[in-house]
Design a binder for this molecule. Sequence first.
Ligand code: PHE
Length: 339
Amino acid sequence: LREKGLTDIKNSKTEQELNDARVRLLGKKGALTEILHSMKDVEPERRKEVGQAVNDARDHLATQIATMKQQIETDLLNKKLAAEKVDVTLPGVRPNTGVQHVINIMRQDLEQFFIGLGYSVIVGPEVESDHYNFEMMNLPKDHPARDMQDTFYVDAEHLLRTQTSPVQARTMEQHDFEKGPLSMVSPGKVYRRDDDDATHSHQFNQLEGLVIDKHVTMADLKGTLELTAKHFFGQDRQTRLRPSFFPFTEPSVEMDVSCFKCNGAGCAVCKYTGWIEVLGAGMVHPNVLENAGVDSSVYGGFAFGIGIDRFAILKYGVTDIRDFYTNDVRFLEQFKTEE
Ligand code: PHE
């Protein structure tokens, strides 16, 4: 019995099996217990001897069971540890992170560039009053040039801003020119009524600049724009100014940069001229200064308007402006920068 018990214990692979073996041997109805119960049948002079043997066997089996139990537990723990083992030397799995939107990347790049030139970055509301968006900008009601910026009206007096110029009107009004010049850029979203297609969009992003001081000249404007173009499009780019018209500047200009990705004049994106228009600018119209309470006989300055989407299209060769706001991650992820 003792031998058979030992084999039973050794063959137990789980705690359950071991427990079953224990009950079979030492339990209330177990084999050894039964022998102990039947001691009365043993001849009195052998009782002591038999009792001793049975007790020995019981103790031995009990110890074996305890040892076996421990071993099963250790095995179980080791198996668990092996299964949960982590190789800390393996490279980690990186969570998939999003990307900065290409328009934001460029907006920040331009902001940093102008901060470097000493400008402040100032933002304003997207829902504007007719007063700040148009009238302060020398575009009275019924002015034909309002057609250049077909407008979403919210009510008779309010609209979705068509340009970020109203931020500049608001800032000029507040600025104390006795204390120093004003140089600012105002970036942000603007809206114009348009039928969306690959080259037209009802919303886009501008970054307009304004510098007002005594003795600001057109040469200052030209130098600033040239620096900007070279920073953005590359040092090898050439620039030229062409006369143009805006109601808020006089004189007004448009700037072209020399064509890229194609040599000389042979390129469709440059309409085969060798140049591509990138922005509008000019010397701030005296009416705009006076509207904001600035004495135009003492102060003057320049303004320019950059279309951020347009810059992105030209820099990256984007063929459909709608890609900027339909948020297809396959488009957006192209502008992922390695951290
Ligand atoms: N606000 C003008 C526009 O949206 C851009 C511009 C700004 C032109 C400043 C000249 C000077 O068309």
